[in-house]
Design a protein around this ligand. Structure first.
Ligand code: HEC
Ligand code: HEC
Length: 308
């Protein structure tokens, strides 16, 4: 307990606590006696309420006083065993963090064999195992929903994990790799290189790929720009490249949005999607369970529990 910046605060706590306990002790002793004065024990002190309730000059009952003493003694023992008196750590040296670590260790020991068993099972098998999916689903609720949404349906910039459209690949091994080691999607900024007009043209072309009506002249010019600047990553057919996480631009599924202004924004300023690596935080077995859960969402024949 080195939280205090000066010794003063230590005494600021110690002195009132110790004096307080002593004062209560003395007060208790006084209450055990009949009050001094002219009145004898059992006589009225002269205080009367509600017409006929009068206070007698009696000490507190013995059992009651003993309970007061008992609480004081328990308080003193507590302050000797546990931290409570300023800087004094207590003879047990108990701390919250030690207790927490002990509990985590006990839980790990309890669940380790269970997780080890899951780790041996292939992902498509686990994706049909309701118990594994329940655990995987809970892990997802804890660690993933902030970005991917409660139902894994995604958010702008954070991909939908329920469909068959994958940025980085949808095989069990790809999904496990994404979760374990994280992913980065880097779309360069083209605004300065291409200028406003050519960004507009290539954006019209991109939008045309998913079957929408655009200005044919601009789109034709955009097609040429695409072949020069974009095909290296997105492919000549614009169907994407999972090796580098370049999305398919011909479907109606958008990571950032498919409206013309959003596409122009994406091309002008670039994008950088970052998926954190979870292996260091969660360990191999939990990553494996999460991969099974994610896999089950797009392969629901496995009986994935409906997302809440
Ligand atoms: C160096 C590789 C690379 C090049 C070159 C590149 N892109 Fe991209 N592009 C990406 C990646 C990777 C993403 C995904 C970004 C992310 O995951 O955050 C992306 C995303 C996009 C998106 C967003 C798609 C969505 O679903 O919201 C559009 C639109 C796009 N690119 C268009 C283009 C155009 C047009 C060009 C050429 C001017 C181009 N890209 C050139 C790699 C590239
Ligand atoms: C901080 C936000 C964030 C959190 C938390 C997060 N992700 Fe992601 N995840 C992303 C982003 C962003 C991408 C897309 C990366 C890119 O643009 O290429 C992604 C991509 C993925 C992919 C690959 C999708 C594809 O289409 O290939 C999987 C699988 C995935 N996440 C699973 C998870 C799981 C499971 C968790 C919880 C353990 C999780 N994510 C937590 C941001 C997050």
């Amino acid at each position: 307990m080195s939280d205090f910046t000066s010794g003063f605060w230590n005494w600021f706590i110690d002195v009132p606590v110790i004096l307080g306990i002593l004062a209560l002790f003395i007060f208790n002793i006084r209450m055990a006696r009949r009050r001094p004065g002219a009145k004898k024990e059992g006589e009225s002190t002269g205080h009367v309420w509600d017409g006929d309730l009068s206070e007698l000059n009696n000490p507190l009952p013995g059992w009651w006083l003993k309970m007061f003493y008992l609480t004081l003694v328990i308080g003193v023992i507590y302050l000797i065993l546990y931290p409570g008196l300023g800087n004094f750590p207590g003879v047990l040296h108990w701390t919250e963090i030690k207790q927490y670590n002990a509990e985590v260790k006990a839980a790990e020991a309890q669940y380790a064999p269970l997780y080890a068993r899951y780790l041996k099972e292939p992902i498509p098998v686990l994706a049909k195992d309701p118990k594994a999916l329940l655990t995987g689903g809970r892990l997802f609720q804890t660690h993933c929903i902030a970005c991917h949404g409660m139902d894994a349906g995604g958010n702008p910039g954070f991909p939908n994990l329920r469909d068959h459209d994958w940025l980085h690949g949808g095989t069990p091994a790809d999904i496990e790799q994404s979760i374990a080691h994280g992913r980065d999607g880097r779309m360069p900024a083209w605004g300065k290189i291409l200028g406003k007009q050519r960004v507009r043209e290539v954006a019209e072309y991109v939008v045309s790929l998913s079957g929408r009506k655009v200005d044919p002249e601009q789109a034709a010019a955009g097609h040429k720009i695409f072949a020069t600047y974009c095909a290296a990553c997105h492919g000549a057919d614009a169907k994407g490249n999972q090796q580098i996480g370049a999305p398919n631009l011909t479907d109606r599924i958008w990571l950032y949005g498919g409206s013309l202004p959003t596409v122009i924004q994406t091309i002008t300023y670039g994008r950088h999607g970052h998926m954190p690596a979870w292996l260091p935080r969660l360990g191999a077995a939990r990553v494996h369970l999460l991969a099974a859960y994610i896999y089950s969402l797009s392969h629901p024949a496995g009986g994935a529990p409906a997302a809440p």
